[in-house]
Design a protein around this ligand. Structure first.
Ligand code: ADP
Ligand code: MG
Length: 250
């Protein structure tokens, strides 16, 4: 190692200088979402500061009504904060108008909900393809859908309708739909909430695999055992970040 080089990078206090540019995919500052005014104001989240690294899996836990879904919806571009800033991949997202926000979401975020929300009259493959159609992709939709279904172990059941799939399988299709556009960020709001333990673990395993391959995953859950396996756990209470713990190094 060159000592000369090292000296030029060290500030007097020993910190590297200039500070490394933040590599965080998501930078949330003082994110606040309030409905209504005055005495009748409902606080969704208040003053949330959070950075999410690329390839990180962040679990969000907390009691019912603590703001988990509100935070997830804002990070996913489903909703906008009433104040604060949200920067994703270097671009401001908090101040986008509804139409622009929807466009941004379509090409940057995958979203998975508790209730799968597949269209019942479309096959698994068609449900996944539809996500590409809606985001304006013209070419190779079918091949991309099959590849995405393969990534979640659902290729063999690509032609089935949702009603012909178990809950765990439907959720895997929903994940395939969420990742088919290769989003940098995946927000999953209680994706294991309707699943038995085995299927919940399988879905969680798929999400951790996505994080390992570089997707930033936000995993909202009531399952503290699963949450503890994420890289970090944010606990929300009354709309605020109560604490953030990092997974202990093995
Ligand atoms: P969680 O997902 O942790 O159960 P939520 O984020 O859904 O919590 O809700 C946080 C708080 O925000 C709750 O008090 C809830 O009633 C309130 N809230 C959520 N959505 C709305 C809304 N559209 N209008 C008014 N209040 C809302
Ligand atoms: Mg919720």
């Amino acid at each position: 190692m060159s000592t000369t080089h090292a000296t030029t990078l060290l500030a007097p206090n020993g910190a590297t200088y200039p500070p490394p540019a933040s590599n965080a995919l998501v930078q949330a500052r003082s994110l606040t979402r309030i409905w209504g005014k005055g005495d009748s104001a409902q606080i969704g989240i208040a003053e949330v500061d959070l950075d999410l690294q690329r390839g990180e899996m962040l679990a969000i836990v907390g009691p019912s009504g603590s703001g988990k879904s509100t935070l997830g919806a804002i990070l996913a571009g489903i909703d906008s904060p009433t104040s604060g800033s949200l920067v994703v991949d270097g671009g401001r997202v908090d101040n986008l108008k509804r139409d622009r926000l929807a466009l941004w979401r379509g090409s940057n975020v995958g979203i998975v909900f508790q209730n799968f929300s597949l269209l019942p009259t479309l096959t698994a493959a068609e449900n996944v393809e539809l996500a590409l159609t809606l985001s304006g992709r013209r070419k190779n939709r079918h091949a991309a859908a099959l590849s995405s279904l393969g990534a979640v172990g659902m290729l063999e059941k690509a032609k089935r309708l949702p009603a012909q799939l178990s809950g765990g399988e439907q959720q895997r299709v929903a994940i395939a739909r969420a990742i088919v556009g290769r989003p940098a960020l995946l927000v999953a709001d209680e994706p294991t909430g309707n699943l038995d333990q085995a299927n919940g673990h399988a879905v969680f395993g798929i999400l951790t695999g996505l994080a390992s391959s570089g997707t930033t995953v936000v995993f909202i859950t009531h399952d503290l055992l699963l949450a503890a396996q994420a890289d970090r756990v944010v606990t929300m209470i009354d709309g605020r970040v109560h604490d953030i713990t990092a997974k202990a190094a093995l």
